[in-house]
Design a protein around this ligand. Structure first.
Ligand SMILES: Nc1ncnc2c1ncn2[C@@H]1O[C@H](COP(=O)(O)OP(=O)(O)OP(=O)(O)O)[C@@H](O)[C@H]1O
Ligand SMILES: O=C(O)C1=C[C@@H](O)[C@@H](O)[C@H](O)C1
Ligand SMILES: [Mg+2]
Length: 200
């Protein structure tokens, strides 16, 4: 098995500055999407990377592929503390791979250590959504171990309340509201990145 801290051979030594093909825009740092479960980090991140024609990376997906286990299986077998340690390693490795879109797991931005490494080489974007919207998106899924409780909606709302201060430390915030499609969220993130001169 590839160690979780290893670089993917094809991505090692990637160019520092990536000129995006279709839009003509340049991205100079990894754009790191953060926020609660269901805020759209994976869905919006995938569409954003595709629109900009830059690499897409996702800490949850990278962890699952390195471990050849689902996140639920990692939590069940090794516990959350083990998962968080691996998540920090994977985050560092993916940040080293250069400009692109990096979606994180919902808990990744809570650790000061992770916020530090993200701030050094990337720019964080919080996809902000209220509890009802988040719940509408996660309630049908059973893939999120932290929501395997007797009252998953209450758990989600409690996590949102306790995490909001950490997420608000992100460099940029993009609000998600009901009715905005994934493509419209991509428009909003691009506009925020352009305003901040991250995408030029
Ligand atoms: N703007 C949107 N409009 C409609 N559906 C959306 C939107 N954003 C996300 N979704 C849907 O909500 C669900 C959850 O989104 P997604 O998996 O991207 O969340 P996430 O932030 O990556 O969560 P996690 O932290 O658990 O990885 C998916 O089914 C996704 O397609
Ligand atoms: O919000 C969280 O803590 C999590 C979100 C998911 O992305 C996964 O990283 C995992 O289910 C934990
Ligand atoms: Mg995700």
């Amino acid at each position: 098995m590839r160690a979780m801290g290893d670089k993917m051979p094809e991505e090692a030594g990637q160019a520092e500055r990536r000129v995006t093909a279709e839009t003509g825009l340049s991205l100079t740092r990894p754009v790191v999407l953060v926020g609660m479960m269901g805020c759209g980090k994976t869905a919006v991140g995938t569409a954003l990377a595709s629109r900009l024609n830059v690499p897409f990376r996702d800490t949850d997906e990278a962890l699952e592929s390195a471990a050849r286990m689902t996140i639920q299986e990692i939590f069940d077998r090794d516990g959350e503390a083990f998962f968080r340690a691996r998540e920090s390693e994977v985050l560092r490795r993916l940040l080293e791979q250069g400009p692109g879109i990096l979606s994180t797991g919902g808990g990744a931005f809570l650790r000061p250590e992770n916020r530090g490494v993200i701030g050094k080489s990337g720019v964080s974007v919080w996809l902000k959504a209220d509890g009802e919207l988040l719940w509408s998106r996660v309630k049908h899924r059973t893939t999120r171990p932290l929501l395997m409780t007797d009252d998953p909606k209450a758990t989600l709302l409690a996590l949102l309340a306790e995490r909001t201060d950490s997420y608000s430390e992100a460099s940029l915030t993009v609000q998600s509201v009901p009715g905005l499609s994934i493509a419209q969220m991509v428009d909003r993130v691009i506009a925020a990145l352009q305003d901040a001169a991250i995408l030029t």
